[in-house]
Design a protein around this ligand. Structure first.
Ligand code: TRP
Ligand code: ZN
Length: 878
C-alpha cells in the first residue's frame, strides 16, 4: 500500500509557531468557473524568534498565483511554494503584510473540506484543517486573529453573501456582480472561518439576551424549505435561553446565522456567528421527519450554539485537545436535552449510544484515549471516544464536585481562559483552583484508553449487622498502552432492603463514601457498612455514574428485584437489559434459558408496562430487547452473529407468546391522536407503541399484518418509518412490498431516500448484498453525497451484523470494494465506513479470517488516502 503520507504527529512535539498572525484580510472573487482568493495576513515574529527563522505556512492542493510582502512582489529565491507549504525563507524581522493570491476550483472539491459547492451554493468547512485548502496559513487552532472578509459574486447565482461576525458593507460591483464585507471582531482560529454564497431562502427571528441585547437570528436554506426550519429556530432560541440560565453564558454578536447544506461531512459546524449544518439536522416536517429526527435537530442546534463559549471563545491549543471542546459541549447538549425533556429517558438514551458505539471502539483495535498522544490523520479522531466518553468525563467531574462546585469551576474556566487556546490540563486546573479538590488521579480518564471493568462481591453478616462490599477495577491493555493505572471512579449507589425501600447504615469503613457516592480510587476497595438491619441488594452506578462495564455479581432474581424497586430509573432499566442480554448470550452459546427464567423476565416486563407511575418513553426503553450488536459485545469473543440473532429472536418469541394479546391491546390503545407534535409526551407514546410493534413482529404471527397496517395508515413519518424498518429488520413477508412502496411514495426527497437506504441496508436476508450493490451501482445514485453513502453503507456495517460479517466474506468484500471507490471522492467518508471492521477481533475465527482477507486485499491492491490508510493499519495491527 502507498498512502499520501505516513507521517505521525505527536503531542509531545507541540511547540508554538515562531510567527503569529495579527490580523487577516480575505478577498474572495467567486465566479462560476473558479474562485480567486487574495489573503493579506499581518504577521509578526514572536519576541523569542531569531532573525532569519523561516516562516512555513500550510497549504493543501493550493497553487500560488502571486505573492508580495508589504506591497512588493517577492523574488523567486525568497520563497518556496508547493501544494502543501508556502515557505518564506527569510521573512522581515518585524511586523509585515504577506499578500498572496490563489485560485480554487470549488466545483471539483468532492472532499468537502475547504471551499466547495453544494447544490449550487458555495460554502466552506474548515475544521480541522480545511482552511489550508483556501489559502496558505498557519492552520492550527493556537493561531487566533480577527478576520475581515470581502466577497464578490454574481448577483444571480449568489444573492446571499455570508461570513462570520457582522456585515459592515455591501453593494454593486458591476457586470451583474455584487459584494459584501463581513468583520468578525473576535480573534479566532482559522478552523472557525466560514463563508456562504448562494441563492437561498431564509426564516428570521430574534432573541433578546439576559442583558437586553437583541440578536437577529436567521436560518438559510434551499428555496421552498423555509417551512421546515421552524423547529430548528425554536431549538436555537431555547438553547440561547438555557445557556444563560444554566451557565450564565450570553451570546456575544448581534447576529447569528445558520445555513443548511446538503453535502456535508459531519452533522454541523460551529463557525463563529455562522453555523453550517447538514440539512438533515435542520429540516423537519411531520410527514418526512421522525421523532428521532426532531430530537437530533434540537440536540445538534444546541451543541453548535453552545460551542460559542466552549470551543470558540475558549478554543483548543492543538487538535490533541479536541475533547476539551467536544466532550464538554456534548455534556452541555446532553444536559440541555435532559432539562428540556425527561432526564432519565435522556440518560438512558445517551448511555445506550455510548455502549453501542463508544464501548466497541474502546474495546477494539481503534481504542485511543479521549486525549490521544499521536495521530496520522486528525480527521480520524473525531470519534465517539472524544465526543461521548469526553462528555462522560465531564459528567463525572460534576458528580464528584457537586452541582455548585462544578459551576464554580466552569465560571473560573470562562473567566480565566476567555480568548485563549488551551488544554485539558488547564481545564482540570480550574476545578482544582475553584474547589480545592485534588484531581491529579482524575485526569487519567483523559489519558488512558479502554473501558474499565468493575466487578463486585459482597457479604452480609446478620449477627453483627454488617454488610461488606468489594469493588475492583481493571482495564485491559489497548493499542500502545499495555499497562493501566487505577482510575478515580465515582460510584453512585444505594442499598435496597427486602421490602424494596432504601436502607441506611450507621457507619462505614474501608474507603471513601460521601453521601451516596463511593470513590473507587484503587484497584480494589472493600467497604464495611455497619448497622445494616437486613441483607441488602446493592444498586451501583446509579444514573450510570461512570463509563464502566459492571459485573455486579447479581443473579436474575436480584436484578428483577432492582427492576421493580430501585428508586433510580436508570438502574431499573439497566437491570432488565442485563437480564435479557445474559439470557440471549448464553443461548447463543448453546445454553438456552429455563422456563422459570423466561417467566420471571416476562412478568417483570408486564409489570413495567402496567405500572402507571412510569412514563411511556421510559417504558419503551425498558421493554426494548438489546440489539444483536450489544449482545455480541457482551459475549466478547468467538461470536457467531447468526447464533446471536437467532437466540434474540427466540427470546422475544418466548417472552411474547403467552402475552401477545395483552401486548396487542396495549398497542391498539396507544394510538396517538393527530395532529402530530414532536413534543416528548407524544413522542414517548409513539415510541412505546412502536416498541410493542417490534416485540409483536419478532415474537408473534400478528406482526407482519400489524406492521403493514400501521405503515399504510400512518399519518406521520415516525409511525410509517418504524413499521417499515421493523418489517425490514425481521424481514417479514410484507417487507419487500413496504420498501417498494416507500421508495416510490417519497421519490425525490433525498432525506427520506436516506431512510429507505438505511432500512434496506438492515435487511438480514441473503439477497441484501446484491440489492445494495445494485442501488450503489445505479447511474443516478448520488455517490458524492455523504448522507446517501452513510445511510446505505454505514447502516449496513454498523447494524447488519449477520450480513456484514458473513462467513463467506461477501459482506466484508462489498464494503472494501465500496471503500476503494469512495476514497477517491471523499476520504473522510471512506475511512468512517471502514471503521466498521473494528468488530473483527470478537468474531469467530472463520469470519475474522474472511474480514482480514478483505482488509489485506484492500491494503495490497490499492493506493489509499491517509484517512483510510491509518484506519486500515490500526485495525490490522489490533
Ligand atoms: N466541530 C464539529 C462539531 O460540532 C465537528 C465537525 C463538523 C467536523 N464538520 C467537521 C469535524 C468536519 C471534522 C470534519 O462537532
Ligand atoms: Zn462539537
Amino acid at each position: 500500500m502507498r498512502t499520501d503520507s505516513e507521517q505521525t504527529i505527536y503531542l509531545k512535539d507541540y511547540a508554538p509557531t515562531p510567527y503569529r498572525i495579527v490580523s487577516v484580510d480575505l478577498d474572495f472573487l467567486i465566479l462560476e468557473e473558479n474562485t480567486r482568493v487574495r489573503a493579506q495576513l499581518t504577521i509578526e515574529p514572536r519576541p523569542e524568534t531569531a532573525p532569519g527563522t523561516p516562516l512555513v505556512l500550510d497549504g493543501d492542493e493550493l497553487k500560488l498565483d502571486s505573492i508580495a510582502v508589504d506591497g512588493a512582489p517577492l523574488a523567486l529565491s525568497a520563497y518556496l511554494a508547493d501544494a502543501n507549504n508556502l515557505t518564506l525563507v527569510e521573512p522581515p524581522h518585524r511586523r509585515f503584510v504577506l499578500d498572496t493570491q490563489v485560485t480554487l476550483d470549488p466545483e471539483a472539491n468532492t472532499k468537502l473540506m475547504g471551499l466547495y459547492r453544494s447544490s449550487g451554493t458555495w460554502c466552506t468547512q474548515c475544521e480541522p484543517e480545511g482552511f489550508r485548502r483556501i489559502t496558505y496559513y498557519l492552520d492550527r487552532p493556537d493561531i487566533l486573529a480577527p478576520f475581515t472578509v470581502r466577497m464578490t459574486a454574481p448577483i444571480a447565482l449568489a444573492p446571499v453573501l455570508l461570513a462570520n461576525g457582522n456585515p459592515i458593507e455591501r453593494g454593486e460591483a458591476g457586470d451583474d456582480m455584487h459584494f459584501a464585507v463581513w468583520e468578525d471582531p473576535f480573534p479566532k482560529p482559522a478552523y472557525l472561518f466560514a463563508l456562504v454564497a448562494g441563492d437561498l431562502g431564509s426564516i428570521t427571528d430574534s432573541f433578546t439576551t439576559q442583558s437586553g441585547r437583541k440578536v437577529d437570528l436567521a436560518i438559510y436554506c434551499t428555496h421552498g424549505k423555509e417551512g421546515e426550519c421552524h423547529y430548528a429556530m425554536d431549538s436555537l432560541k431555547r438553547s440561547m435561553a438555557w445557556d444563560e440560565r444554566r451557565f450564565g453564558r450570553e451570546y456575544d454578536l448581534d447576529i447569528f446565522n445558520i445555513v443548511a447544506v446538503s453535502d456535508f461531512n459531519f452533522g454541523a459546524m460551529e463557525n463563529k456567528g455562522l453555523n453550517i449544518f447538514n440539512d438533515r439536522l435542520v429540516f423537519a416536517k411531520p410527514e418526512t421527519a421522525t421523532d428521532a429526527n426532531y430530537h437530533g435537530i434540537e440536540r445538534v442546534i444546541a451543541h453548535e450554539y453552545f460551542h460559542n463559549w466552549t470551543g470558540n471563545r475558549i478554543t483548543c491549543r492543538d487538535w490533541f485537545q479536541l475533547c476539551l471542546k467536544e466532550g464538554l459541549t456534548v455534556y452541555r447538549d446532553q444536559e440541555f436535552t435532559s432539562d428540556e425533556r425527561s432526564r432519565p429517558v435522556q440518560r438512558i438514551h445517551d448511555v445506550q449510544n455510548l455502549r453501542a458505539s463508544q464501548f466497541p471502539e474502546d474495546g477494539g483495535p481503534l481504542a485511543h484515549p479521549p486525549r490521544p498522544e499521536q495521530y496520522r490523520e486528525i480527521n480520524n479522531f473525531y470519534t465517539t471516544t472524544v465526543y461521548e466518553k469526553g462528555a462522560e468525563i465531564v459528567r463525572m467531574l460534576a458528580t464528584l464536585l457537586g452541582e455548585a462546585g462544578f459551576r464554580q469551576g466552569m465560571d473560573l474556566y470562562f473567566e480565566r481562559h476567555d480568548g485563549e487556546a488551551t488544554t485539558i490540563e488547564a481545564f482540570i486546573k480550574v476545578f482544582e483552583d475553584a474547589t480545592g479538590a485534588d484531581l491529579s488521579q482524575f485526569i487519567t480518564w483523559y489519558l488512558q484508553a479502554g473501558t474499565p471493568q468493575v466487578s463486585v462481591s459482597d457479604s452480609y453478616d446478620a449477627d453483627s449487622q454488617t454488610y461488606s462490599l468489594t469493588l475492583s477495577q481493571k482495564v485491559d491493555p489497548t493499542p500502545g498502552q499495555p499497562d493501566k493505572q487505577p482510575l478515580l471512579i465515582p460510584v453512585r449507589f444505594g442499598l435496597i432492603g427486602p421490602n424494596g425501600s432504601s436502607m441506611g447504615w450507621s457507619g462505614v469503613s474501608g474507603g471513601t463514601v460521601r453521601d451516596d457516592l463511593i470513590l473507587l480510587d484503587r484497584d480494589s476497595v472493600t467497604l464495611t457498612f455497619s448497622g445494616v438491619a437486613n441483607k441488602p441488594v446493592p444498586s451501583l452506578f446509579r444514573g450510570f455514574s461512570a463509563p464502566v462495564k459492571l459485573s455486579s455479581g447479581l443473579d436474575q432474581a436480584d436484578l428483577l428485584f432492582l427492576a421493580r424497586h430501585d428508586s433510580d430509573p436508570f438502574n431499573r432499566w439497566d437491570a432488565l437489559q442485563t437480564v435479557s442480554t445474559t439470557l440471549i448470550a448464553a443461548a447463543a452459546k448453546g445454553r438456552r434459558w429455563s422456563d422459570a427464567d423466561a417467566d420471571g423476565l416476562r412478568q417483570a416486563l408486564v409489570d413495567t408496562l402496567e405500572n402507571p407511575q412510569l412514563d411511556h418513553a421510559f417504558k419503551a426503553q425498558a421493554i426494548a430487547i438489546p440489539s444483536e450488536s450489544v449482545v455480541g459485545r457482551h459475549i466478547g469473543s468467538d461470536v457467531d452473529p447468526d447464533a446471536v440473532a437467532a437466540a434474540r429472536h427466540d427470546l422475544i418469541a418466548t417472552l411474547v407468546g403467552p402475552i401477545a394479546e395483552k401486548l396487542e391491546s396495549q398497542y391498539d390503545a396507544l394510538v396517538v391522536p393527530e395532529p402530530y407534535s414532536p413534543d416528548a409526551g407524544q413522542a414517548g407514546r409513539r415510541s412505546l407503541r412502536n416498541g410493542l410493534l417490534n416485540l409483536l413482529t419478532a415474537g408473534s404471527d400478528r406482526g407482519n399484518a400489524l406492521a403493514s397496517a400501521q405503515y399504510h395508515a400512518a399519518a406521520n413519518m415516525t409511525d410509517r418509518y418504524a413499521a417499515m424498518a421493523i418489517s425490514a429488520h425481521y424481514w417479514t413477508g410484507d417487507a419487500p412490498a413496504l420498501l417498494g412502496d416507500f421508495r416510490t411514495r417519497f421519490a425525490g426527497d433525498p432525506l427520506v431516500f436516506d431512510k429507505w437506504l438505511t432500512a434496506s441496508a438492515q435487511a438480514p436476508d441473503d439477497g441484501v448484498i446484491e440489492r445494495l450493490r445494485a442501488i450503489l451501482a445505479a447511474p443516478d445514485f448520488p455517490r458524492t453525497n455523504p448522507n446517501r453513502l452513510r445511510s446505505l453503507l454505514g447502516a449496513f456495517v454498523m447494524s447488519n451484523p449477520t450480513q456484514f460479517a458473513r462467513a463467506d466474506g461477501a459482506g466484508f468484500r462489498f464494503i472494501t470494494e465500496a471503500v476503494v471507490e469512495i476514497d477517491k471522492v471523499n476520504p473522510q467518508v471512506a475511512s468512517r465506513i471502514l471503521t466498521g471492521f473494528r468488530i473483527l477481533p470478537i468474531l469467530e475465527a472463520r469470519r475474522r479470517e474472511a474480514g482480514r482477507a478483505a482488509l489485506e486485499a484492500l491494503k495490497s491492491q490499492h493506493i489509499l488516502s491517509r484517512n483510510v490508510g491509518e484506519i486500515l493499519d490500526r485495525i490490522l495491527a489490533g
